[in-house]
Design a protein around this ligand. Structure first.
Ligand code: MG
Length: 488
């Protein structure tokens, strides 16, 4: 049997386990009865172990070696690359560190929730110390050339390095600070009465469904539910699910979350079906994934053209009279604020730059956990001129560290910037504004499919960007977008 067939025959079992784990993960966040978490945790842990065993099995390793020698096509090379990455992770990290991480994270999640509720960082600090320590060890086991943080970044964004991201943020942040000052002093709206407009959840749900219909949501293979925080789960190529949230007012939050997750879902759905049941089916990295969600959220849904398209739909479903101008400003308020998840597209990247600096410092030892609250508040004041009144609105706001994840945050800025690059490129081929205004999203989906989605994970993210957009992530594209959009 040829190397590829052998590899895929073994991978089929991993694929099936991934499918089951994804479905279980989705259910845990949506419909699972509250009291079932413990049993569910044990099931997940058994399935994860089965998966890990398959990855490091001699069968797969020998088949992979055979394939490596004969691999000629980009698809075969991609399959080898993706499998090698996962196998490296499972073999490099010793089992006792994995066990320790599981234990610490289980306790840290609870401590973080309590610390956040009581706005008391010291309750979480000892766990964060351990999480930093575990991540440092991980970096040593995984290996790196330049900076230990590189090893962690690579887990979320293949090939990303500290040095590259330093230069990325150096080109992005200072000019963006100037833009923010300019926008704020120009009298650009910072708030809007529509933030307070109430809606009935039933109506909002109908509105979300209608918008998804118009964007091209495939109801036969996709569904939408609700969860505490919106997310997308690509269970399989033929089962992609999103969630959204409802707050009873400020309909922008529910709608933009729905559209954001649609972007993630479309990326999963539009992968070349030839890659089905292979390791290269689905998105290549978190940064590229986020570029797809941000493209639909920021570039499409926050555009003037979309405001025109949306105005009658909002009136019809919510009974809210809002002119295209109203909607445009309401969707594009620029307001320095404390919480990353509520930040607008101009201030958003400052929140990420801050987290990047902190994670890098924690990992290389130049920042200590105990300094975090004061360092956080000081940097927030420098970047955005706002100071958290307490730690729950400051250093404790994000769940990521409590889950053990360090190196994840920069992918949000990569995605935001790449979305602006996509706009630049797409406008060379399509009359984007006109299509959006008329609600013709087919050509936009097709462009994304052809350039980005269909390739799955066969190319590493940087290579995909080079092929589809000529390079990147390119902060200049985002800065140009901001300069063009936020002027009266
Ligand atoms: Mg996202």
């Amino acid at each position: 049997m040829a190397g590829l067939e052998k590899v895929l025959e073994i991978y089929e079992q991993i694929w099936a386990l991934n499918y089951a784990l994804a479905l279980i993960g989705w259910d845990s966040e949506t419909y699972m009865p509250e009291g079932s978490a413990k049993e569910r945790g044990e099931v997940t842990s058994v399935l994860e172990t089965m998966k890990q065993r398959l990855y490091i099995s001699q069968n797969l390793l020998s088949a992979l070696e055979e394939l490596e020698e004969s691999a000629e096509s980009d698809v075969e090379k991609g399959i080898v690359r993706v499998l090698r990455r996962t196998i490296k992770y499972y073999t490099a990290i010793p089992a006792d560190l994995v066990k320790k991480e599981e234990k610490v994270v289980n306790e840290a999640k609870i401590a973080w929730r309590r610390a956040k509720k009581e706005a008391n960082f010291s309750l979480f600090a000892p766990y964060l110390e351990e999480i930093v320590e575990i991540n440092r060890k991980k970096a040593e086991y995984l290996g790196y050339e330049d900076h230990p943080y590189d090893a962690l970044l690579d887990l979320y964004e293949e090939g990303a390095t500290t040095r590259e991201l330093e230069s990325f943020f150096d080109s992005l942040i200072p000019p963006l600070e100037r833009e923010l000052k300019r926008i704020l002093s120009s009298g650009w709206p910072q708030d809007h009465p529509l933030e307070e407009a109430p809606y009935r959840e039933m109506d909002m749900e109908t509105l979300n469904r209608e918008i998804l219909n118009l964007l091209g949501f495939d109801w036969g293979l996709m569904r939408i539910d609700r969860s505490a925080h919106p997310f997308t789960e690509g269970i399989g190529l033929y089962d992609v699910r999103i969630t959204t949230w409802y707050h009873g007012k400020d309909f922008r939050r529910s709608l933009l979350a729905t559209i954001h997750e649609f972007g993630h879902a479309l990326y999963e759905r539009q992968c070349d079906p030839k890659f089905w049941k292979t390791p290269v089916c689905g998105g290549v990295s978190l940064g590229i994934h986020e570029s797809q969600s941000r493209f639909w959220e920021n570039i499409i849904a926050r555009s003037r053209a979309f405001a025109s398209f949306l105005s009658p739909i909002v009136k019809h479903h919510l009974g809210i009279e809002a002119s295209p101008d109203d909607l445009f400003y309401y969707f594009n308020l620029v307001r320095p604020s404390l919480l990353r998840v509520e930040a607008d597209e101009v201030t958003y990247n400052f929140h990420i730059a801050l987290r990047f600096e902190i994670e890098k410092g924690l990992i290389d030892g130049s920042i200590e956990v105990k300094e975090l609250p004061s360092l956080w508040n000081q940097r927030m004041e420098e970047y955005l001129g706002v100071v958290p009144p307490d730690d729950s609105l400051g250093v404790l706001q994000d769940i990521h560290w409590s889950l053990g994840a360090m190196g994840y945050f920069p992918t949000y800025s990569i995605g935001t910037v790449v979305a602006a690059q996509i706009k630049e490129k797409m406008e060379k081929d399509l009359d984007l504004e006109n299509l959006i205004e008329k609600g013709e999203f087919g050509p936009i989906r097709e462009w994304l499919r052809e350039r980005i989605h269909r390739w799955g994970a066969i190319y590493p993210p940087k290579e995909l960007l080079r092929r589809s957009l000529g390079g990147g992530p390119d902060p200049e594209a985002f800065l140009n977008y901001v300069r063009g959009k936020y002027k009266w």
